[in-house]
Design a binder for this molecule. Structure first.
Ligand code: HAM
Length: 413
């Protein structure tokens, strides 16, 4: 019988990667909560128009990467390629703006893009991200960038480079677009086929083409920073000032334009040189016009998303420690006593492992060693008769007899 395999571009998250995955979730949730963000979960599929209008028709994502299909009711549905448009839709639809001045959300989950799979690039991948709605201050931009950097630091990832830029508001972007076209039109013939097309649809995207000849011909293009208005330039300067104040090292990269159309003003990416072509670990920026585009509201916003698969590739192995305590019971008669005790300890919030089959001391110790626990509780018939247990502390290298109350008190400490 032919074994059915996972679909191309998708991967099981199992064993070591599963331990890393849940570790990332835990760290991200703790960090974002500490910064005052609350969890949001939006549906995995949406009306196709949400992404067309939100991300932009001329982007690679919308043009050629979306998983779009007609459902049984003939509606055009798309598996979400990213989280921002959905969070904005949920914010508008649920009128969250009427309840609070500023909303800070974090989310985690699968995204879908029909890309050519390679290391660090999948068709179903996972993101952890945040979106802040209702705040225009450049200090927010710097704070979110700093928080994203702290996230990677907390996960033990080093050798990162924070790249920042400003793509300005529509007016400045139009001005820059023209300056760029004037520069690139004469060398058009030397650009790749994709970039020739981009010159018509989205010339800024030529700046981050990875093809060597395109890179060469964009080396000395005019800088977008020169097209910014005074207000936009001040915003950008303030972001830089606060990044410095927060102790975040950064590099200004005037060619950073991002692949989604909703950005205005600050954009940023954190990159590494350890992942080959897929070196962007996370990215985001300000999208002050998206709420107008989707819901006719003047609400400024900023956010970022990180690729969990890329983070996992950069992380060292984390020792999985599901349990702290192992209960070893000796002889059939002690089984119920041991099960009851385990139940009590778990209700006290302790992480306890126990086996269901009777075994000898030697194999119990082997199991405790494999689980890498700090404590083993030993229950024999003598101990049970006296309503006590023996607690073996592997770190302190001690062994003592304790009543159940003493045991709980000690373990909870
Ligand atoms: P993005 O740059 O398209 O931004 O994606 C963010 C991150 O998701 C990337 O830096 C990368 O780590 C990861 N990623 C993207 N595509 C793939 C893939 N095919 N396989 C594996 N990982 C991938 C956004 O999605 C924006 N929504 C970010 C944002 C939030 N901007 C404002 N708020």
């Amino acid at each position: 019988m032919k074994l059915i395999k996972a679909v191309r571009g998708t991967k099981d998250i199992i064993e070591e990667t599963a331990a890393k995955y849940s570790h990332i979730h835990r760290i991200a949730e703790d960090l974002f909560s500490a910064y005052g963000y609350s969890y949001i979960k939006t549906p995995i599929f949406e009306e196709t128009d949400l992404f067309k209008r939100g991300i932009g028709e001329a982007t690679d994502v919308v043009e050629k990467e979306m998983y779009t299909f007609l459902d049984r009711g003939e509606r055009s549905i798309t598996l979400r390629p990213e989280g921002t448009a959905s969070v904005v839709r949920a914010y508008l639809e649920n009128k969250i703006y009427a309840k609070e001045d500023i909303s800070k959300f974090f989310y985690m989950g699968s995204m879908f893009r029909y890309e050519r799979p390679q290391a660090g690039r999948q068709r179903e991948f996972n993101q952890v991200g945040v979106e802040v709605l209702g705040e225009a201050s450049p200090i927010l931009d710097a704070e979110v960038i700093a928080m994203s950097y702290h996230l990677l630091e907390k996960l033990g990832i080093t050798d990162l480079e924070v790249n920042i830029n400003s793509v300005g508001e529509n007016e400045s972007r139009q001005k820059y677009r023209q300056a760029l076209l004037n520069y690139l039109e004469p060398v058009k013939e030397h650009l790749c086929e994709d970039c020739k097309r981009r010159l018509e649809t989205n010339p800024l995207r030529v700046l981050d083409c990875k093809v060597e000849t395109c890179k060469k011909y964009t080396e000395n293009t005019p800088s977008i920073i020169d097209s910014l208005s005074e207000a936009e330039r001040n915003h950008y300067e303030t972001v830089k000032k606060y990044l410095t104040l927060f102790g975040i090292p950064f590099v200004e990269n005037p060619k950073l334009v991002r692949g989604l159309d909703y950005y205005s003003s600050t954009v940023f990416e954190i990159v590494t040189n350890k992942l080959g072509a897929q070196g962007t670990v996370l990215g985001g920026g300000r999208y002050d016009n998206l709420l107008k585009q989707l819901g006719d509201r003047e609400t400024p916003a900023f956010g970022f998303a990180a690729g969990i698969e890329r983070i996992m590739m950069l992380m060292d192995t984390i020792p999985s420690k599901e349990t702290d305590i192992y209960v070893a019971w000796l002889g059939e008669n002690t089984c119920d006593f041991a099960m009851k005790l385990t139940n009590i300890l778990r209700k006290e919030g302790l992480k306890v492992a126990i086996d269901f089959n009777s075994k000898g001391m030697k194999s119990h110790m082997k199991k405790a060693d494999k689980l890498n626990v700090n404590y083993t509780i030993i229950i024999g018939e003598d101990e049970m008769a006296k309503n006590i247990v023996v607690l073996k502390d592997f770190n302190a290298r001690t062994q003592e007899e304790l009543t159940i109350e003493e045991l709980i008190k000690k373990l909870k400490k």
